[in-house]
Design a protein around this ligand. Structure first.
Ligand SMILES: *[C@@H]1O[C@H](CO)[C@@H](O)[C@H](O)[C@H]1NC(C)=O
Ligand SMILES: *[C@@H]1O[C@H](CO)[C@@H](O)[C@H](O)[C@H]1NC(C)=O
Ligand SMILES: *[C@@H]1O[C@H](CO)[C@@H](O)[C@H](O)[C@H]1NC(C)=O
Length: 367
């Protein structure tokens, strides 16, 4: 029997055999943090601390609308809290690097934040209330099924850039970045949600505390933006989920080059991190700013320090802290790493300490 293959048939069949995706790493001001490696970590008894939430599921799969009321929609299938977090200043941008996203999977890219209270490493995910900070749906429907947020993500090296709202109150937040694939959404429960969560500590002086909604209440299977036929011309597309936070900042997509490898901050600290040192050094035509954030543990005698390195392409830089003596690096300055060409000796109050192969830093010597 011969079979007539119609364009519609192709359109609905092809995606079923295409691959799916997840976030492989997260780049914040040039520092790359490893994501949850679904090909390795589910098989390990003690996977490393990363800033991404974990899943035991190795299928690289998705959540369907009939599961919108299950806890799997919050941060993916049977997700467990990330064991660490990354510092980021309100107003900074976070680049979420996905694995190669199939161009058959059209749909919106949506990003949320939810305040964790004392710790995103221990928060109960069912209590997180998410507010939307970025949403890109249908961009252009001239050429049905159209150009969507996820097509922009593919064009952006399979990555998505989002700005942490500048007015946001400092604290611990889960960032939830999600692609919703609509290639099968003309049928009820045919949409596919790919949520990914990471833990952040947002610093700054903002005061905004946006209200949000529980993960299990974000969507319903009959939402206009969920149960939709993208193979017919759409005059409008309604991005699902709650309305955008008024302090959200819309930005142009661009990818972030990696200048250092980040180490997740672990341990539960108080939400009030204090900046203990800031230093700017000149490095060719780029400027590197290292900010040390010291967080005191509430019940321990030790303090620990985390570092955020930001790199911009500003042609000129101004030293905000004098660098002591020509070849000697001052406290909290970089003193080594694979591409480092500056001073490798620290001043007398500090010791050059390796954080990873890319970044060594002058850490105050214990008295
Ligand atoms: C992973 O998720 C898929 C789809 O929901 C399911 O069929 C599979 O059993 C899951 N595997 C594990 C190990 O959880
Ligand atoms: C979840 O929603 C589905 C419909 O999509 C419904 O059949 C099911 O009973 C709901 N489960 C709970 C626990 O509310
Ligand atoms: C593009 O993404 C790959 C990882 O998928 C990464 O290795 C590469 O550095 C990225 N390129 C740019 C310009 O960001």
């Amino acid at each position: 029997m011969s079979r007539i293959v119609t364009p519609f048939f192709l359109a609905t069949l092809v995606p079923l055999i295409a691959g799916h995706g997840h976030i492989s790493n997260i780049v914040i001001n040039g520092v790359s943090y490893e994501g949850w490696d679904i090909n390795v970590f589910p098989y390990e008894t003690d996977p490393p601390a990363v800033i991404a939430w974990g899943t035991p599921n190795t299928s690289n799969g998705f959540i369907t609308p009939d599961q919108y009321n299950s806890t799997d929609i919050i941060c993916h299938l049977s997700a467990t809290n990330a064991k660490g977090h990354a510092p980021v200043a309100a107003g900074d941008k976070v680049n979420l690097q996905w694995t190669a996203w199939p161009d058959t999977h059209h749909g919106p890219v949506i990003t949320y934040l939810a305040n964790c209270g004392d710790s995103c490493e221990t928060v109960d995910k069912t209590t997180l209330e998410f507010f939307k900070i970025s949403a890109v749906g249908l961009i252009d429907d001239t050429d049905v099924p159209g150009t969507w947020g996820d097509d922009q993500l593919i064009a952006n090296n399979n990555s998505w850039l989002v700005e942490i709202p500048p007015t946001l109150k400092p604290g611990y937040y889960v960032l939830r970045n999600e692609i919703i694939a609509l290639h099968g959404a003309e049928e009820i429960d045919g949409a596919q949600n790919y949520p990914q969560c990471i833990n952040l500590q947002v610093t700054g002086s903002g005061t905004a505390e946006p209200s949000g909604v529980l993960g299990t209440e974000l969507y319903s299977s009959t939402d206009a933006g969920i149960y939709v036929n993208i193979y017919s011309t759409l005059s409008t597309y309604e991005i699902p989920g709650p309305t955008l936070f008024s302090g959200a900042v819309s930005i142009t997509q661009s990818s972030s080059s990696i200048t250092a490898s980040g180490t997740p901050v672990t341990g539960s600290g108080s939400a009030s991190g204090s900046v203990s040192a800031t230093q700017t050094t000149t490095l060719g035509v780029t400027s590197t700013t290292s900010t040390a954030i010291t967080t005191s543990q509430t019940s321990a005698t030790s303090t620990f320090t985390t570092f955020q390195t930001s790199t911009t392409s500003a042609p000129t830089t101004t030293a905000t802290t004098a660098i002591s003596g020509g070849s000697t690096q001052s406290i909290y300055g970089q003193c080594g790493g694979s591409d480092w060409t500056g001073a490798t000796a620290c001043n007398t109050q500090a010791t050059c300490t390796s954080y990873n192969p890319y970044y060594y830093q002058c850490v105050p010597t214990a008295n």
